[in-house]
Ligand binder design. Structure first.
Ligand SMILES: *Cc1c(COP(=O)(O)O)cnc(C)c1O
Length: 490
């Protein structure tokens, strides 16, 4: 057994060969420019993309850590926050900051609520954040980082949080109530008005996670679709997170966190005055902060304007409804609940939905897999909006393949590569145990080898012991980010 790692290069490589290397390495990535990747990429179209790229490069070197050196970035940040606050019906008291993404916006919102409670309700020793089951894991991460407890509230049949269960879960330790607009898994908006009322009734801050919907729902509402108020119009709402790098179509690394007033926000800030390096004040989590995402956010909002976003939203919603109708028209498939915007999941009571997902992958369409219930996920953004009919055809043929005999033949290629890649990252004992457990469930060959990649996705929802799954994911991450590669002799 030999081990090998990449050493620090002794000599440099010339630009043109290096660029060739970059190109070659990139060529193995999933092709997304054809519009067949959902979520992850939010492309505004080639022309608008050129603008954000130019703006990004223009401020590539500038550092928002020191706003007095780079006044431009301070202006872009404040104006971007102001424009988003205006879109979300903020008042003249509303304040906010630009962050690196939804996760940072949420980390800050939870930390701010914790520190506000520390200052105003010192009797609380074990602070709790009440969230719907469907909440984005960034809240679990935030709670993990800032040492507060997450209390999960069940969702109703329509996947929106059960408001009486939320009220019943409020305790003397509750420091924050949270709802999503919309949630990632099923794309539905929680009853924000009711959550706001609970906040007022019990004097607890309310955060709305509009990371997905913040730059989309206002336009969906304007287009005449049914959208309940979710923003600062709702009494009781004290903070909102809204991502610019999703439906804001900015470069990655851009989100906004908003607060009802600066009295509230001051609990977000960090100040250290005793350093030999001078006074250090920092509004958000990052220290050094690239000017690129800030400039491109400002530029794309200014460029598209309300009208431009509305037009994009119109196309996206038409495609969404067409795709949803196409899904519901296929016997055995259905869209879950009645999602307000362009994010949704669909499931099947007739087919193994993950097999359908595999068939779609074979046809070049990449959909996320969800559990509880097993389903496929779609985030339609502008880059996908011209492909509704094509997608439905691919879905129909995928369902036919799963329903018919073709399934094994078509899958073999994918299965082999999936199993290979899983066997690379999973520790041997996990892989064997999993394959064995799953081969029965998913029609394996009886020798402990899974015959379908779907089994792997089914794996985590089929295994009851969440602790085992937890350890498995830890192991996978550990292997993914290792720098020493063992060469096993086969
Ligand atoms: C994307 C997302 C987040 C987290 O945002 P990142 O930008 O990935 O850090 C939080 N909440 C919801 C609903 C999201 O869709």
């Amino acid at each position: 057994m030999k081990a090998k790692s990449i050493s620090f290069p002794a000599e440099g490589i010339d630009t043109s060969s290096l660029l060739e290397d970059l190109k070659a390495i990139k060529s193995a990535d999933t092709e997304w420019r054809n519009g067949r990747v959902f979520g992850y990429i939010y492309h505004p179209g080639d022309e608008d993309a050129k603008l954000i790229e130019k703006a990004y490069l223009m401020f590539f070197y500038e550092n928002a850590l020191n706003p007095s050196l780079f006044n431009s970035l301070k202006k872009f940040e404040n104006e971007t926050v102001a424009m988003v606050a205006n879109l979300l019906n903020g008042t003249s008291a509303t304040v906010g900051n630009l962050t690196s993404g939804g996760t940072e916006s949420i980390l800050l919102a939870v930390k701010t609520a914790r520190d506000k409670a520390r200052a105003e309700k010192p009797a609380i020793r074990a602070p709790e954040v009440l969230v719907p089951m469907s909440i984005h894991p960034a809240f679990e991460k935030a709670a993990h980082y800032v040492n507060v407890k997450v209390v999960h509230v069940p969702v109703s049949d329509d996947k929106r949080v059960d408001i009486s269960a939320m009220e019943a879960s409020i305790s003397g330790n509750t420091i924050l109530l949270v709802g999503s607009a919309p949630c990632f898994p099923h794309g539905v908006i929680d009853p924000i008005r009711e959550i706001g009322s609970l906040g007022l009734k019990y004097n607890i801050p309310v955060h709305v996670d509009a990371c997905l919907g913040g730059l989309m729902l206002p336009f969906v509402e304007k287009l005449g679709y049914n959208v309940e108020p979710f923003d600062f119009r709702v009494p009781g709402v004290t903070s909102i997170s809204a991502d610019l790098h999703k439906y804001g179509y900015s470069s990655k690394g851009a989100s906004v966190t908003l607060y009802i007033d600066s009295e509230f926000r001051k609990h977000q800030y960090f100040v250290y005055t005793d350093w030999s390096g001078g006074l250090y004040g920092s509004p958000t989590m990052m220290g050094t902060k690239c000017g690129g995402p800030i400039a491109s956010s400002w530029a794309i909002i200014r460029h598209l304007g309300y009208k431009g976003y509305l037009e994009k939203a119109r196309k996206v919603m038409l495609a969404t409804r067409q795709i949803q109708e196409g899904i519901n028209a296929i016997e055995g498939l259905k869209v879950i609940s009645n999602p307000e915007m362009s994010v949704f999941a669909f499931t099947s009571d007739k087919y193994d939905i993950f097999n359908i997902g595999d068939e779609l992958t074979l046809r070049g369409w990449h959909l996320d897999r969800l559990q509880y219930p097993n389903s496929l996920h779609m985030t339609i953004s502008f880059g996908n909006s011209g492909l509704a009919s094509e997608f439905i055809s691919a879905l129909e043929s995928s369902v036919r393949a799963v329903a018919g005999d073709k399934v094994q033949k078509l899958q073999s290629q994918l299965t082999v590569s999936m199993i290979r890649s899983f066997s690379k990252i999973l520790p041997e004992r996990w892989f064997r145990a999993m394959s064995k457990a799953l081969s029965g469930l998913f029609g394996g060959d009886g020798n402990g080898k899974t015959s379908r990649s779907a089994a792997m996705y089914g794996a985590s929802s089929a295994i009851d012991n969440r602790r085992n799954v937890h350890d498995m994911v830890l192991d996978i991450m550990d292997k993914m980010y290792r720098i020493w590669h063992r060469k096993d002799k086969n």
